[in-house]
Design a binder for this molecule. Structure first.
Ligand code: BJW
Ligand code: ZN
Length: 243
């Protein structure tokens, strides 16, 4: 990364009154949580549609719950890292701010971020596959076959799987926050999953400067104004000039 690029991106961010951030799994990597794609990612050696689709869940709910329970239990052991803290600090500095996350781990909230849209839901919540029951249940170990206390049907993780619609309020707020952004900051996402990735292409339509922070080049690196390469936990504090 050139120092020029970092300096210019820093100026754009400092001058902006409206900043919108889109985050992905790379933001939580330095907290010790695996990403999805890539050599050490969750998707290595597994069939994505077996673990993260309604069809996979119908075929084998036990297998899906085994995976989500492992991830849930790992989550209670980890903490936000400097990338999460930098984004919480950015929110305190900018008058109009919104953080759109694809992450399901709630680490942004733990770091103190407030204006958050969870595009893909959260594994800290469960909901019933048959009735309207839903429950926040962070920090607890669920049984291997979690059942609804009201109707005994299978519970499922409160996340959005492939082929499922995103929550309407979440996507409409994300659209609104993208349209109003003067700077649109994209952190730690491979930008291959839609509709989240579409927001990155929409942001410049309303004049936003788009800054990407990622370890590697991604699908959107050539389309953005500044592509800053490196760990989010190192680049974001530099971008915000946090000592
Ligand atoms: C660092 C770093 C560090 C590492 N610092 N950087 C064909 C058929 C059917 C559907 C489709 C189709 N074509 C397109 C679709 C739509 C589909 C889709 O996008 N598929 C593509 C993958 C092909 N999308 C959907 O189905 C969505 N719904 C939808 O569109 O509804 C309408 C519709 C319905 C039916 C048909 C068509 C349309 C729903 C998407 C739900 C995604 N769900 C998941 C699982 C959530 C639950 C869970 O966590 O278990 O969400 S999948 C997974 O990917 C997860 C993530 O949120 C999402 C994005 O991943 P992310 O965050 O970008 O992670 P990685 O691993 O990909 O990237 C990490 C990045 O970090 C890398 O770039 C690293 O370099 C970087 N990094 N360490 C900085 N320290
Ligand atoms: Zn129920």
């Amino acid at each position: 990364m050139s120092t020029d690029n970092l300096d210019q991106a820093r100026s754009a961010l400092r001058e902006a009154n409206a900043v919108t951030v889109l985050t992905g799994a790379g933001v939580s990597a330095e907290s010790g949580l695996p990403t999805f794609r890539g050599p050490d990612g969750y998707w290595q050696g597994v069939s994505v549609m077996d673990l993260a689709s309604p069809q996979g869940f119908l075929r084998n709910p036990n297998r899906v719950w085994e995976w989500y329970n492992l991830r849930r239990n790992a989550l209670w052991q980890v903490r936000p890292n400097p990338a999460h803290h930098a984004l919480a600090e950015l929110e305190r500095r900018v008058p109009t701010f919104g953080l759109i996350t694809q992450n399901v781990d709630r680490l942004h909230q733990k770091a103190g971020s407030k204006q958050i849209v969870e595009l893909h839901g959260t594994i800290c919540m469960v909901r019933c596959t048959a009735c309207h029951y839903e429950q926040d249940c962070p920090n607890v170990e669920l049984p291997p076959e979690p059942r609804c206390p009201e109707c005994s049907a299978w519970l499922r993780p409160g996340v959005v799987w492939f082929g499922e619609m995103l929550p309407f309020e979440a996507i409409s707020k994300a659209d609104q926050w993208t349209r109003r952004a003067e700077v649109f900051l994209v952190v730690g996402t491979s930008a291959v999953v839609t509709p989240a990735a579409n927001l990155i292409y929409q942001a410049p339509d309303n004049g936003a400067t788009v800054i990407e922070v990622n370890l590697d080049a991604t699908e959107v690196s050539t389309a953005v104004d500044f592509s800053l390469r490196g760990k989010a936990g190192e680049i974001l504090p530099q971008l915000l000039a946090i000592e």
